[in-house]
Design a protein around this ligand. Structure first.
Ligand code: NAP
Length: 331
């Protein structure tokens, strides 16, 4: 038997304080199950909220599975459609922060191509979020504009690249625009604007060639969301999928009455639960192809093993971090 190592917690709180690393034996798969040796898993804001007990899904304690996304290779399979050596991502289960994960086959999606493990580990959440934002809320045509905040985030990076693939233009609002501009433009950003700049909305809209966007992607809330709504074209839609500022959205009545803007919300977990498996697989295979072609990448800031879990969590929560913190529990 090979030794397993896995993150767990028995009280909600700051991840660097409550997370522990347990040891046990790897479990061979029962009928219908797959045992995966995990290669990499990011620390996402959702993971932090999960450990704090404030995510949309609150686990029972002790929670012996942590990590909402990640990738690995099949170590042993007792399920149809999976063979040893296949590269998979987690789909319908938690537990990416472990060395081995044994679970029903439906918990995993087999990738058709072998991807860089770092990028495969980040395929489930942010690329899908960006895809849903672009496809599910308002019809967009080549040449249309969209605006997003926290454009330097993982989702933001994906949105910029998927928008470029579709011939859409992006207004990317970030903190510290001067330090972010070159990297975001390299991904395809058209305009990189600073959250803090007074009169930013007016200046951006006055830029030659820029049109008021029909879609806004909000993952910050508060004043930042207000600036996105201000930019929206009449009849435009703002999709909220994150609340990095933890501040509520206040909407001026006139923007509802005279601009008729729509406010919508997105939670990918719900989309994954409600969508037929072949549609889910097709979405991921199309995203994986873009990753394989180098057209959809998310930056990695640092990689840590299980012994450095508290430090990794601390860094993941630091402002100004330039990319994802990745965990590697496997050897
Ligand atoms: N609803 C869903 O299904 C879904 C799916 C995926 C992600 N999300 C959410 O989307 C958000 C982004 O996730 P991610 O993985 O892309 O994040 P990430 O890569 O960890 O980046 C977080 C970003 O948030 C920015 N930020 C943090 N606090 C901020 C504030 N007060 N004002 C403005 N910007 C702030 C950071 O800006 P700096 O670069 O300046 O530090 C950074 O760019 C999170 O809220 C996450 O929970 C939701």
């Amino acid at each position: 038997m090979r030794e397993n190592r896995y993150a767990y917690f028995d009280a909600f709180g700051a991840p660097e304080e409550v997370l522990q690393v347990g040891k046990g034996e790897m479990r061979m798969p029962a009928a219908g199950e797959v045992c995966v040796r995990m290669l990499a898993a990011p620390i996402n804001p959702a993971d932090i909220n999960y450990v704090q007990g404030v995510y949309g899904e609150v686990p029972e304690l002790p929670a012996t599975r942590v990590g909402l996304e990640g990738c690995g290779v099949v170590h042993a399979s007792a399920a149809e459609g999976f063979a040893a050596g296949d590269m998979v991502i987690l789909l319908n289960t938690v537990g990416a922060w472990s060395r081995f994960l044994t679970a029903p086959a439906a918990s995993f999606l087999r990738l058709e191509e072998r991807l860089d493990p770092m990028q495969a580990a980040m395929l489930k959440v942010n690329p899908l979020t960006a895809l849903r934002v672009l496809e599910d809320y308002t019809p967009l045509q080549e040449g249309d504009w969209l605006v997003m905040n926290a454009a330097n985030s993982g989702v933001g990076q994906c949105l910029i690249q998927l928008a470029r693939e579709r011939g859409l233009h992006t207004i990317c609002v970030v903190r510290q625009a001067e330090t972010r501009r070159a990297a975001l433009q390299a991904l395809g950003a058209d305009i990189v604007a600073d959250e803090e700049e007074p009169d930013m909305v007016r200046r951006v809209l006055a830029t030659p060639g820029v049109k008021r966007p029909r879609l806004a992607a909000n993952c910050v809330g508060g004043e930042s969301a207000l600036r996105l709504m201000d930019m929206l074209a009449p009849g435009g839609t703002m999709v909220t999928f994150g609340s990095m500022s933890r501040k509520s959205i206040k909407v001026p009545n006139s923007w509802l009455i005279f601009k008729d803007i729509s406010l919508r919300g997105l939670w990918c977990t719900k989309w994954l639960q409600q969508t037929p498996a072949p549609t889910v697989a097709a979405a991921y295979h199309s995203l994986a192809k873009l990753v394989a072609a180098g057209k959809l990448q998310q930056r990695v800031a640092a990689v840590y093993g299980p012994d450095a879990l508290p430090e990794a969590c601390r860094q993941a929560r630091q402002e100004g971090r330039n990319g994802k913190i990745i965990l590697r529990f496997g050897e």
